[in-house]
Design a protein around this ligand. Structure first.
Ligand code: GLA
Length: 455
C-alpha cells in the first residue's frame, strides 16, 4: 500500500480547498444573483473598513419603492394638530409654485389629528368633520391632480399619540379604506401599543397594504426602540431610528449621531429615518439648518420638509432647494439640474446618486470630537464630504484621504455644494476649509482623471 506522506495530505487539503472555492464561486455567478448595486456599471465596492456595507441592500422589502429616500412634506413639525384641508391644499399649491415639487418633494403627508376620535358605527376611521369636511378622497384627488402623492398617518396600537383610532387589529380594513381614498404613503406610529413587540405589530400592516393592490410607501415610526434597522427592512421602506426631533441644535445633532450608528443597514428599498426636517421652523440658525440639511442628505435620510412652505424665508428656500445637496440623496433626471457655470466640467460631478450608501461620520477631533468629518461613497467613484464644525468657535477642519477612504495618491476635484463652484481642481492627500461655528461645508470629490474641458 502506498504510504501517504504529510506532503500528500497537505497537497490534498490544498486541492480540496481550491475545488470547494471554485464550486462556491461557480454557484455565485453574477447572473444568478440579484445584482449588487455596488457592482452596477462596473463600479468598485468602496473600502469597507471605513464604510461597513455588509448589511447594505440585503434585506430590502422590494415593493419597488424607495430606490432613493422619500421626499415630501409633513404637517407635524410645524402645525401639530392645528391644520385642516385648506392648509393642506395651500401647501400643495406652494410646493408646486415654489418649484419644490419639481425637485422631488412629492409626498404630501398628513400626520396625526386628521381623524375623529372614534370609529363610526361600521368600525371605520372617519376624517375629522371640522378640519376635513370634504374627506380624504377629495384631498387625494386634489393632490393627484397636481402630480403629487398623498401620505396619511396611523398607529400600530390602540390609539394614535393624539388619541385618534389606531390600526392595531384593524390593519386590513384600514389599509383597504386608505387605498380606496387613493392614499400613497402610510406613516405608522408606535403609541398605545399594549406592550406587544413591534416585530409582531408592524408586519400585519405591510401585508394589509400589499393586499390592497395599491402601491403604498410604508414608513415605520417605531422611534428606534427595538433597533428597527436590524429587522424593519423586510417590513417597511423606512424606519425611524430615534425619538422625535425637536427644533434645536441639541436635538438635531444628537439624532444625527444616533442615526449614524445604523449606516450599514440602509440601502435602496429601505432607509434609516432620523425624523423629519426642522429647516425653516425658527429654532436654529441658518448655518445650523444648513448643516441639518447637508447631513440628512449625506445620511440618505428621507427629506421630508416640516415647515410652513406657504411662508418660507429666502434662506429656508435656498436650503431646501439646493439641487446639488439633494442630488447626493436622490437620483435626478439629469435635465433637472441647473448646469454648472464653471468653465471646467467634470463629467461625473453633477449627477445624482443611484448607489444609495449612507454616508457617516468618519473622523472627528478637537474638544469632544466637535470638528467632524462626515463622508460617503457616491456613484461613479465620487465621494461626498461634509466638514461639520460642532464646536462653538470657527476653525479650519481637515479631511485626510485615509479617513475618507481615498488612496493617498488620488487627485480629486472638489466642488462646494453650497457655493456652487469648484474650490479645487487638484486636491491630493487631504482637503481643509475654514468652517464657522455650528456651520457645515459640503463637497463632492471626483477623481480628476474624469475631467474634460467644457465645450
Ligand atoms: C409621534 C411621532 C411623531 C408624530 C407624533 C404625532 O410622536 O413620532 O413624528 O407623528 O407622534 O402625534
Amino acid at each position: 500500500m502506498a504510504k501517504i506522506s504529510g506532503k500528500h495530505v497537505l497537497l490534498t487539503a490544498i486541492l480540496y480547498v481550491y475545488i470547494t472555492a471554485v464550486a462556491v464561486t461557480a454557484r455565485l455567478l453574477p447572473s444568478e444573483l440579484p445584482l449588487h448595486p455596488y457592482l452596477i456599471n462596473g463600479q468598485h465596492k468602496p473600502i469597507s473598513k471605513i464604510y461597513d456595507t455588509s448589511k447594505y441592500g440585503i434585506l430590502q422589502l422590494g415593493n419597488g419603492l424607495a430606490n432613493t429616500p422619500q421626499m415630501g412634506w409633513n404637517s407635524w413639525n410645524y402645525f401639530r394638530c392645528d391644520f385642516d384641508e385648506k392648509v393642506i391644499k395651500e401647501t400643495v399649491d406652494a410646493l408646486v409654485t415654489t418649484g419644490l415639487a419639481k425637485l422631488g418633494y412629492n409626498y404630501v403627508n398628513i400626520d396625526d389629528c386628521w381623524a375623529e376620535p372614534t370609529r363610526n358605527s361600521e368600525g371605520k376611521i372617519v376624517p375629522d368633520s371640522k378640519s376635513f369636511p370634504s374627506g380624504v378622497k377629495d384631498l387625494a384627488d386634489y393632490i393627484h391632480s397636481k402630480g403629487l402623492k398623498l401620505g396619511i398617518y396611523s398607529d400600530a396600537g390602540l390609539y394614535t399619540c393624539q388619541i385618534r383610532p389606531g390600526s392595531l387589529k384593524h390593519e386590513y380594513d384600514d389599509a383597504a379604506l386608505f387605498a380606496s381614498w387613493g392614499v400613497d404613503y402610510l406613516k405608522y406610529d408606535n403609541c398605545f401599543n399594549l406592550g406587544i413587540e413591534p416585530e409582531e405589530r408592524y408586519p400585519p400592516m405591510r401585508d394589509a397594504l400589499n393586499a390592497t393592490g395599491r402601491t403604498i410607501f410604508y414608513s415605520l415610526c417605531e422611534w428606534g426602540v427595538n433597533n428597527p434597522a436590524l429587522w424593519a427592512s423586510k417590513i417597511g421602506n423606512s424606519w425611524r431610528t430615534t425619538d422625535d426631533i425637536e427644533d434645536s441644535w441639541e436635538s438635531m445633532t444628537t439624532i444625527a449621531d444616533i442615526n449614524n450608528k445604523w449606516a450599514a443597514y440602509a440601502g435602496p428599498g429601505g432607509w434609516n429615518d432620523p425624523d423629519m426636517l426642522e429647516v425653516g421652523n425658527g429654532g436654529m440658525t441658518f448655518e445650523e439648518y444648513r448643516g441639518h440639511f447637508s447631513i440628512w442628505a449625506l445620511m440618505k435620510a428621507p427629506l421630508i420638509i416640516g415647515c410652513d412652505v406657504r411662508n418660507m424665508t429666502a434662506e429656508t428656500y435656498d436650503i431646501l432647494t439646493n439641487e446639488e445637496v439633494i442630488s447626493v440623496n436622490q437620483v435626478f433626471l439629469n435635465d433637472l439640474l441647473t448646469p454648472p457655470s464653471s468653465s471646467v466640467i467634470f463629467a461625473n460631478e453633477i449627477s445624482s446618486d443611484p448607489l444609495g450608501v449612507q454616508g457617516k461620520k468618519v473622523d472627528s477631533y478637537g474638544p469632544d470630537g466637535c470638528y467632524q468629518i462626515w463622508a460617503g461613497p457616491l456613484s461613479e467613484q465620487r465621494f461626498v464630504l461634509a466638514l461639520w464644525n460642532r464646536c462653538s468657535k470657527p476653525s479650519t477642519i481637515t479631511a485626510n484621504w485615509g479617513a475618507i477612504g481615498l488612496e493617498s495618491s488620488t487627485t480629486v476635484s472638489v466642488r462646494d455644494l453650497w457655493k456652487h463652484k469648484y474650490v479645487s481642481l487638484n486636491s491630493a492627500t487631504s482637503f481643509s476649509a475654514h468652517v464657522d461655528a455650528h456651520a457645515c461645508e459640503m463637497y463632492i470629490l471626483a477623481p480628476v482623471a474624469a475631467a474634460r474641458s467644457a465645450s
